[in-house]
Design a binder for this molecule. Structure first.
Ligand code: BTN
Length: 255
């Protein structure tokens, strides 16, 4: 915490050596406690035994990574809630760039990439009553000091870690402090309603835009050029036949 220099984010922290998922710990706190008072709380685990990723996939979380969940009580309108994940992705990419001088990029919807490999993922969980946000849990997983050869071949594929890229281990506490500082800065921009500023920054580091992609949604799968992302976080794709699709939720792959 000595590195932190934030006002709200990470002022309260709970550090666990091992836990199934920091999201579960955060959810229990947020459901049982005063959410306003918990705003900015960060749950950190050294290792997770039941980490979860997007689309209910398992998220392997050994010692050496950064596995955290932020408890937030946002005041932004609920239809802009995805911007919180975008602010998180921007914060991680910026932190990697500043701390390690590596050109990190953001892949839609919310992965951070180095080159063609994933280094971090974000997962937003929303608790809302009708139109008002009760709380949000932003789960962040960053592969920091993990040796790829300790992972099974299928886990290793398409993935990198910061220590692999730099060929040495890094100070996780200092890097986490940087991530949280960057997040706080971008979160404040968001809360002040400057969605465009976050969008612009997201776009400036995008891995996805202007690329030919295949998009898989719950309903269908198609190819086209990723031409834009709107202020709700939806990906805009121009299909071969010229038709424009707006994708709110799904996965995309470069082709
Ligand atoms: C993704 O699928 O890319 C999102 C991964 C999110 C993983 C993080 S690690 C900390 C928090 N706890 C979890 O169980 N998941 C998130």
């Amino acid at each position: 915490q000595k590195h932190l220099r934030t006002q709200v984010i990470g002022r309260q922290m709970q550090y666990l050596k091992t836990t199934p998922s920091t999201n579960d710990v955060a959810r229990t706190l947020a459901t049982e406690g005063d959410v306003a008072a918990l705003h900015g709380t960060v749950i950190i685990a050294e290792e997770q035994t039941g980490g979860v990723g997007r689309l209910s996939r398992a998220w392997v979380s050994p010692q050496g990574g950064i596995w955290i969940t932020l408890i937030l009580k946002p005041t932004i309108p609920i239809d802009h809630v995805f911007m919180i994940t975008m602010a998180g992705a921007v914060a991680i990419a910026r932190a990697i760039r500043k701390e390690f001088d590596i050109g990190a990029l953001i892949k839609w919807p919310n992965d951070v990439y180095i080159g063609d490999k994933k280094v971090a993922g974000l997962l937003l969980e929303l608790a809302a009553e009708s139109d008002s946000i009760h709380y949000c849990l932003l789960g962040i997983g960053i592969d920091v000091n993990i040796k790829l050869d300790t992972l099974s071949p299928e886990l290793r594929s398409g993935v990198t870690t910061i220590s692999e890229e730099l060929e040495h281990e890094v100070d996780r506490a200092a890097f986490l402090a940087r991530v949280l500082r960057e997040f706080e800065r971008h979160y404040q921009v968001l809360e002040s309603g400057e969605y465009d500023a976050i969008l612009r920054e997201w776009k400036s580091m995008s891995y996805t835009l202007e690329q030919h992609v295949r998009v898989n949604t719950m309903r269908n799968s198609f190819e086209g050029e990723a031409i834009d992302i709107d202020e709700y976080g939806a990906l805009i794709v121009r299909k071969e036949n010229g038709k424009i699709e707006r994708v709110i939720a799904g996965d995309c792959f470069h082709t």
